[in-house]
Every structure is written in structure tokens, then in C-alpha cells.
Ligand binder design. Sequence first.
Ligand code: GTP
Ligand code: MG
Length: 229
Amino acid sequence: MVLSLSPSKANFSGSRLTPDMTGLHALKMDTNVVVLGTDNVGKSALTVRFLTRRFIGEYGDIESIYSHNVIVDGREISFNIWDSPYSQELLSESSACEKRIHWADGFVLVYSICDRASFNSVSKQVQSIKAQKDYLGVEKVPIVIVGNKRDLHHRRTVSSEEGRLLALSTDCAFYEVSAAENYHSVLLVFHGLVERIREAKTSLKKPAGIKSIVKSMSAVFARKRTDSL
Ligand SMILES: Nc1nc2c(ncn2[C@@H]2O[C@H](COP(=O)(O)OP(=O)(O)OP(=O)(O)O)[C@@H](O)[C@H]2O)c(=O)[nH]1
Ligand SMILES: [Mg+2]
């Protein structure tokens, strides 16, 4: 069966905080997520599981941006999720690929625990994303690495330890899931990514704060030095 969900128009301005209509202190976060990985690893299965709580089985070659609202830690998160079939351009610097990387605030990189080649390509994807974001002046890139098809443990060729180590060495979060069998673990993937996106936003603000403290301290010291002359 081929799934047909009607994708909605995504906001291309990136993640932002907007005042919640109910007022007070609640804020809504609007965030763009791209799901990447080689073919057949379960990118669409994972996305659709998150959107609908269901596993359909066959997904076809659909490229879509879906909108989905969830509450994470009491705050409404509005996801725009871009899921596309694998293509070789993923690792290249084609404009389509650059556009996706530019657009995204966070990334879900999927491999299959039964497919070593899909795992091997994850580190290249991380490098490629980080290099392009670095070029755009983004220091901290929220990335979650996901080992999918955990239910097929008898066909496993990538150990959990290898996945965990890769995530550790590339400063990414790591999850092993089965899109086929479990909704909750898939939910945790997206919650984990939101956490990272929030952290990245906070760390973006910090350098400016430190900079301004250093600036005002040097101004004070400079004044003292000239006073004492
Ligand atoms: N056993 C098992 N099969 C899965 C799981 N996730 C996905 N599949 C199956 O793997 C196949 C590929 O899943 P897709 O979600 O279409 O993979 P994809 O990464 O989107 O593939 P492309 O769009 O072609 O790049 C389908 O037959 C799914 O039913 C899983 O967790 N366990
Ligand atoms: Mg797909």
C-alpha cells in the first residue's frame, strides 16, 4: 500500500519562537527537520510512524514536507519534516541538497542495523552537513543518528556499540528503534532532536552575552588605566 498524506506548505524561514495565542509565558517553536539516509533504511517509515503512530509497510517514492504539532515538555512544537527518497546527490554539493541543509534546523540521519553500507555512509553525511552549516556560519548542528529495524536483530550487522561510538565521536545523539514495532522510541527520537535544537539556540545566544561582558570589562579596565595616568 502506498501512503498518501497531504504534505503542507513549509515555512522556509527556519525555526523561530512565536508568542502563543493563549498569551502569558508559553512559546511555540516552529522547527524544520530533514530526514536523511541511504535507500530502504526506513526514513519514510520513521517519519510516518511519528506523524500517524502507524506502520504501513510500503511507502513509495514520495518526497514531502509534512507539518506536525506536538507538545514537548509543555511547549508546543510545530515540526516541518522533509522526507525524500535517497539519491546520490545526498553526499554531493548539489543545489537541491544544499537547499535542504540550509532549510533544516535539525537532522535525523537513519541507517538500518542490518545494512552496514547504510551505517558507513552516516559519518560522511554528518561531515557534509557540518561543513555546509559551517560555511553558513552555524557552529552547533543538531543531529540525531538513528539505527532502525531493531526488530530484525537476527540480521544485525551493526552493533549498538558502534552506533553509540559514532554518535559520541561526531557529537550527535543516538537512538536504536524499530519503526515497524514501536511508536514510543520513534517519538523519543524527535523529542531528543528538539532538545538539541533548543540547546543550539541557547548556545547561539551565549557567545554574544560573553562577548558583551568581555567588552564592558575591557572598557572598565581601559578607563582605570587612563584614570591612573
Ligand atoms: N522489519 C522492519 N522493516 C522496516 C522498518 N522500517 C522500515 N521497514 C521496511 O523497510 C522498507 C523501506 O522502508 P522505507 O521507509 O520506504 O525506506 P526509505 O529509507 O524511506 O527508502 P527510500 O525512500 O527509498 O530512500 C519497507 O519495506 C519498510 O516496510 C523496521 O523498523 N523494521
Ligand atoms: Mg522514503
